[in-house]
Ligand binder design. Structure first.
Ligand code: IVH
Length: 679
């Protein structure tokens, strides 16, 4: 052992104190004052000094947080004060009954206020500090005898190894919950998965498993947190006289307390708090299974006392369980607009997270592999808040013999095209594209939706019927629908059919933004559609834009740029866009700086005769796209006549009135010019 001098002792103490302070800032107050690198540097210095002068190491050294040699087993310890449980209230009536019992026992006190605390779903521990130093940490065990987990608990950075108090109390026992945040849990499972180990089923399980490691160096690597919720023994005088004051006091000693603690003046306020927390449950950083409601006045707590297992002054208002057992009845494979094949578990109905659910998304092929699903399996279903229900795991022990494994199909269940598993993404996709009825249906539904082409009356069922009957095979076909085609479709009355046709007709007049959105380019929602429409002058420019030009737009990243350019690189897509325009889909044109520019605005055109390469209807639609009004008769107000073959009286009249005339060739050239001109 190296010899030691006062200077070394003093600088060592300074190091210990600095590390304790910065640990508290970071892990308890969420307010780091130095970088992680600087913290690690201080820790390295400490370890160097301790290696040279091991006689300096004390129980509260920050190096204890790294963990020590594995224990052969946990020592059993008797709790000085038994660790009790809580009575549960599952509904509002049980909560009011609790309040009534409290009032009855506390005859004479009209006002009873409460402290409401989120009930963290973790593991309860008792921490004993002597002269400010953590000397023992124990699990609850059976309430009377628990296990000594001191060296593991020391690795948890959100609890103090030394209390912030001068002088510290001779003895204090603080209790609280060791838990794992959802983020910590997910990160841990990624790590565990990567090592080929079995993932933890939920954060509580992960916290319990991590705490009960005989090798505390393993615990040190687990993302455990601690939150204090009570003080059991306290030797010094002048302690707070309310639960709320007690929480403030333990906060001053260096513990993390729950920031969502709420003082409630009466049971009505408790109820409001519970309802509020229930709505926020899914947004919390950690799992809770309810609210613990405690009589705030510690003197009143003493008067109320205990039953055999639980205090009379507290109750746990339990929230609906977020997990429940169900049975896997079947798995459907749904094909979405972009061909993504999503497996959906059909389950026997089960009440979970406050609602009855009978299906849950299984997301992608990897998830099916992870779960190792067989038909008929008993599964754990989880629904947290508004989050979509999940199948968390399979209870393998309950698997029926000879049950068949759920396999991801190799061919699309709708169109039989091969399903592709591109390595760059987790979802599997049907390669059938627009020849897959499922994809066509979704494309049409999206195209017709309100923020897209807004075709009122083209609901889900009708789209299914139109596609299944073969009337519609692409969005272009919508514009060829007619009464005789619609009427035979089941349950479509004459009036609805007419309304639908006029909605389809009205949809032709749109905006570039809506049209872009309606096309259903992957990841291009209404906002990106607006961005593209504003930046580029025309659909042609967007179609021709290179990836680097798209990337130059604020907010468009490489993935989106790739989706957009890949979408327009497909000749089939370009054909659909052209066909839609031919059918009359049009929008006002904008110049690059966003100013409306309609080249034929205010003009009146007349069409006559027969043209070879363009129908009267298409020509009319194109002219309208550019802002012209198309009239049936020639007058002095006519801007121009387009005269095809066998033009008769209209041509004569135009000539007599000196109205300019285009033949078919000239007309086609003219529209080609304005379409490509630099507007
Ligand atoms: S007080 C004698 N407060 O709930 C009462 N418990 O069901 C002691 N829990 O074992 C418990 N958050 O693990 C209390 N704010 C809180 C709590 C809480 C979670 C757990 C604790 C306890 C269990 C009782």
């Amino acid at each position: 052992m190296a010899s030691i001098n006062d200077g070394i002792v003093a600088s060592y103490k300074q190091l210990v104190s600095d590390l304790q302070t910065h640990n508290h800032y970071y892990h308890v107050l969420d307010d780091p004052r130095i970088t992680d690198g600087e913290y690690d540097g201080l820790m390295r210095q400490l370890l160097l000094v301790e290696k040279q002068y091991p006689q300096l190491i004390k129980e509260d050294s920050p190096s204890k947080r790294i963990g020590g040699a594995p224990l052969p087993e946990f020592t059993q310890v008797k709790h000085m004060v038994p660790m009790l449980s809580l009575d549960n209230a599952f509904g509002i009536k049980a909560l009011r009954d609790f309040d009534r019992r409290v009032h009855e026992r506390l005859q004479g006190s009209e006002n009873v206020s409460y402290l409401c605390e989120p009930k963290l779903d973790g593991v309860a521990v008792s921490l004993i500090y002597e002269d400010g130093i953590l000397v023992r940490a124990a699990t609850r065990g059976d309430g009377a005898i628990g296990e000594d987990v001191t060296s593991n608990v020391k690795t948890i950075k959100s609890l103090p190894l030394k209390l912030i108090s001068d002088p510290p109390p001779r003895l204090i026992e603080v209790r609280g919950e060791i838990y794992m945040t959802r983020q910590g849990f997910e990160g841990l499972n990624v790590f565990v998965n990567n090592r080929g180990e079995k993932p933890f089923v939920n954060p509580r399980n992960a916290a319990a498993g991590s705490l009960r490691q005989l090798d505390s160096r393993i615990t040190a690597r687990r993302p455990l947190s601690f939150c204090a919720y009570s003080v059991e023994q306290y030797t010094d005088s002048g302690s707070p006289d309310t639960q709320h004051g007690m929480m403030r006091y333990v906060g001053q000693l260096g513990f993390r307390t729950n920031p969502d603690i709420f003082f409630a003046a009466d049971i009505d306020a408790c109820e409001r708090y519970c309802n509020d927390l229930l709505t926020r449950r899914a947004l919390l950083a950690y799992d809770i299974d309810g609210v613990v409601i405690k009589v705030n006045d510690l003197e009143k707590q003493k008067v109320l006392g205990f039953l055999s297992r639980s205090p009379r002054w507290a109750i746990a208002r339990k929230f609906p369980a977020e997990e429940a057992f169900s049975q896997l009845l079947s798995v459907d494979f749904q094909v979405g607009r972009t061909g993504a094949v999503t497996p959906v578990a059909r389950l026997s109905p089960v009440f979970v997270g406050g609602v009855t659910i009978s299906s849950a998304s299984l997301h992608n092929p990897d998830e099916i592999t992870r779960l190792d699903l067989h038909l008929g399996d008993t599964v754990v279903v989880r629904r947290a808040g508004d989050v979509i229900p999940q199948v968390v795991r399979v209870i393998h022990e309950r698997r029926q013999k000879n049950s068949s494994e759920v396999l991801f199909p190799k061919f699309c269940p709708v169109c039989d095209a091969p399903i592709l598993n591109n390595t760059s993404e987790v979802v599997a996709r049907c390669s059938g594209s627009l020849s897959c009825a499922a994809q066509v249906k979704q494309v049409i539904k999206h195209f017709a939706s309100r923020s897209a082409m807004n075709i009122n009356g083209l609901g889900e069922r009708l789209v299914d019927q139109l596609v299944d009957s073969g009337c519609v095979t692409s969005i272009v076909d919508l514009y060829d629908l007619s009464l005789p085609m619609l009427i035979p479709l089941a349950r479509l009355a004459d009036k609805s059919a007419r309304n639908l046709l006029s909605a389809i007709e009205n949809s032709k007049k749109t905006t570039l933004q809506k049209f872009l959105y309606a096309l259903g380019i992957r990841e291009v929602g209404a906002n990106y559609a607006r961005l593209l429409a504003k930046h580029f002058a025309s659909i042609e420019e967007i179609m021709a834009a290179r990836e680097d030009e798209l990337l130059a737009l604020d907010g468009i990243g490489p993935v989106l740029a790739e989706h957009i350019s890949m979408f327009f690189a497909d000749p089939k897509t370009c054909k659909v866009i052209q066909d839609l325009q031919k059918k009359g889909v049009h929008w006002p044109l904008y110049t690059a700086d966003g100013v409306r520019d309609i080249p034929l605005d205010g003009q009146v055109w007349v069409l006559t005769g027969r043209m070879e390469s363009i129908s009267r209807e298409e020509a009319k639609n194109i002219l309208q796209t550019f802002g012209a009004r198309v009239s049936d008769s020639v007058s002095s107000k006519t801007s121009r006549l387009v005269a095809g073959d066998a033009a008769g009286s209209k041509l004569e009249k135009a000539n007599s009135l000196d109205v300019p005339v285009f033949d078919e060739k000239q007309f086609l050239q003219f529209i080609a010019d304005i379409q490509t001109s630099d507007l």
